[in-house]
Design a protein around this ligand. Structure first.
Ligand code: SAM
Ligand code: SF4
Length: 320
């Protein structure tokens, strides 16, 4: 089992397939100057780590990045992973083309990032543009029968915080669960200011101005608190990583695209599993490596404490 010093059993592995992305979201990446990793894990290496993790009790694998749809061998990787829950987080560009193939290859669930429904705002937020492709991707995911389809939104004050209700109405019309994620200090240096945080509390206030909002029980280790609106689904989620941290129930472990194992998004250090993979490490060796990283996991991220230091790697490099 992957169990840390606080008794938390790890069941969820996030696997970053690439640090590359065709967008440059302001909260995730700098406008320029970020070098792509030159030494990504191969599909075969990724699968070996995933299988070792599964042998240690991992039940859910989420493929992410960077942008995982940019990985050319994505379908091979998806077909080779055998877990009760296989999901993928994507910016949605290219999903219209790939959704059906992904479903056929064994992908079950998908999370798509949509921060705005306004094309000009999407352009300034992503520094690239392409909102119609993203929206087509969401529709294609629903049509392909990926289940559930969830949409992630990061709200930023003065940027898109006036779109809570339009985004909720759009998601409910499509039948997908929308989750508002609090902006975390994980992007380029200087992009995060606690004073500008749009908090879960504020989101709930806005929801309450338009709907009867009722809490949904059964959260377990999920980062999202779910809310039912006007007595009907789909629910709306709030991921309050900053103002209501859920580290005490965290069951997540991460593998970066360049082969580093991280026990927390905010970890100050990570363990490079490549040398072991490339020197013929056995499944048992890989499993022992994962157990060791998990055993050293800290209690929590400590955002807000005087001792907190933002990780040097951006969210696109770590894998969200
Ligand atoms: N490119 C894909 C996407 O955008 O969905 C997958 C990788 S992205 C790093 C995963 C998730 O992290 C996205 O939902 C994105 O909005 C979120 N994210 C990135 N930087 C963040 C930050 N500083 N705070 C909160 N969420 C962030
Ligand atoms: Fe790319 Fe996703 Fe980061 Fe946006 S959030 S820059 S789409 S990796």
């Amino acid at each position: 089992m992957l169990i840390d010093g606080f008794g938390r059993v790890h069941r969820d592995l996030r696997v970053s397939l690439t640090d590359r992305c065709q967008l440059r979201c302001t909260y995730c990446m700098p406008a320029e100057g970020l070098e792509w990793s030159k030494d990504l894990l191969t599909a075969e290496e990724i699968i070996r780590v995933v299988r070792a993790a599964v042998s240690e009790g991992i039940e859910e694998v989420r493929l992410t990045g960077g942008e995982p749809l940019l990985r050319r061998d994505l379908l091979d990787i998806v077909s080779a992973i055998d877990v009760p829950a296989l999901s993928l987080t994507t910016n949605g560009m290219g999903l219209a083309r790939l959704a059906e193939d992904l479903k056929r290859a064994g992908l079950q669930r998908v999370n798509i990032s949509v921060d705005t429904l306004r094309p000009e705002r999407f352009l300034s937020l992503t520094r690239r543009g392409g909102l119609p492709a993203v929206l087509a991707g969401v529709e294609a995911a629903v049509a392909a029968g990926l289940q559930p389809v969830k949409v992630n939104t990061v709200l930023m004050r003065g940027v898109n915080d006036d779109e809570v209700l339009p985004l909720v109405a759009w998601a409910r019309e499509l039948g997908v669960e929308l989750r508002f994620i609090e902006h975390m200090p994980l992007g380029p240096a200087g992009a995060w200011d606690r004073a500008d945080l749009v908090t879960a509390e504020e989101v709930l206030e806005v929801l309450g101005s338009a709907y009867d909002v009722l809490g949904v029980d059964g959260r377990e280790s999920s980062p999202a608190e779910l809310w039912q609106l006007d007595g009907t689904g789909p629910h709306v989620g709030v991921i309050a990583s900053v103002t209501r941290p859920f580290c005490g129930d965290c069951d997540r472990l991460r593998l970066t695209a360049d082969g580093n194992v991280r026990s927390c998004l905010f970890a100050r250090d990570e363990d490079d599993i490549k040398p072991l993979l490339r020197s013929g490490g056995s499944p048992q060796d890989l499993a022992a490596f994962l157990r060791d990283t998990v055993s050293r996991k800290g209690a929590g991220h400590g955002i807000g404490l005087p001792t907190f230091v933002q990780p040097t790697r951006t969210m696109s490099e770590i894998g969200g």
